[in-house]
Design a protein around this ligand. Structure first.
Ligand SMILES: C[S@@+](CC[C@H](N)C(=O)[O-])C[C@H]1O[C@@H](n2cnc3c(N)ncnc32)[C@H](O)[C@@H]1O
Length: 191
């Protein structure tokens, strides 16, 4: 089975209950391909997915760009474990999946970033991944501010692909340089 040929096939790599969350929570294949193409530039490049879930973006990027490292930070350990096990199954050695809060990560270890609206789950309670996350506008605001500060410190030339972003986390020093086939996908470069 070529699992990279459609979302339906790719999502079958996951347990049924995880696959059922895909349309709402995991990056579509076409979006992952376009975002990875924008981010996987230069040599020795390390890309961080901020809130990597079950690793869908990283796994697709890693398959397409074997010389680029696709890393993910994810707060739910059970999702990180699933991402790691699919990476093993697909023999992808250029992925790294960490469990933790993105606020604990040193962004300077990475050149470029992917962000699929990870904090939105702090605002809504329908279609949640699980019931383990606090619904709180304050927490959403706090994470958004923390990400803004991290991004602000990064050097000129840093690239970010955002999907369904509120854009409040983007400092004004980042410029939109393109929009994906799906218009919720935006490409940014720091000036
Ligand atoms: C919309 S999903 C996207 C998953 C993955 N990036 C993808 O595109 O397939 C957002 C993920 O971010 C994670 N997340 C939310 N807030 C986080 C935080 N503060 N630190 C780390 N992960 C977080 C959630 O647990 C969820 O798995």
């Amino acid at each position: 089975m070529d699992c990279f040929s459609s979302d339906e096939k790719f999502n079958q790599l996951y347990p049924k209950e995880i696959s059922a969350l895909a349309s709402r929570h995991w990056t579509p294949l076409s979006v992952a391909k376009e975002a990875a193409a924008f981010l996987a530039v230069g040599s020795n490049t390390r890309i961080l997915d901020i809130g990597s879930g079950v690793g869908k973006f990283c796994l697709i990027g890693a398959k397409l760009y074997p010389n680029t490292v696709f890393a993910g930070i994810e707060q739910r350990k059970s999702l990180t474990q699933i991402a790691q096990s699919v990476a093993l199954e697909l023999s992808l050695s250029n992925t790294e999946f960490l469990t933790g809060n993105f606020t604990e990560i040193n962004f300077a270890q990475y050149q470029h970033f992917y962000f699929y609206n990870a904090f939105y789950e702090n605002l809504i309670d329908n279609d949640a991944i699980d019931q383990n996350v606090v619904q709180s506008q304050e927490l959403f605001n706090l994470y958004t501010r923390k990400l803004y500060k991290q991004l602000k410190q990064l050097p000129a030339g840093t690239r970010i692909a955002t999907f369904h972003s509120s854009e409040n986390e983007m400092p004004s020093t980042y410029q939109v340089v393109g929009i994906g086939s799906n218009e919720d996908l935006k490409f940014w470069i720091k000036l």
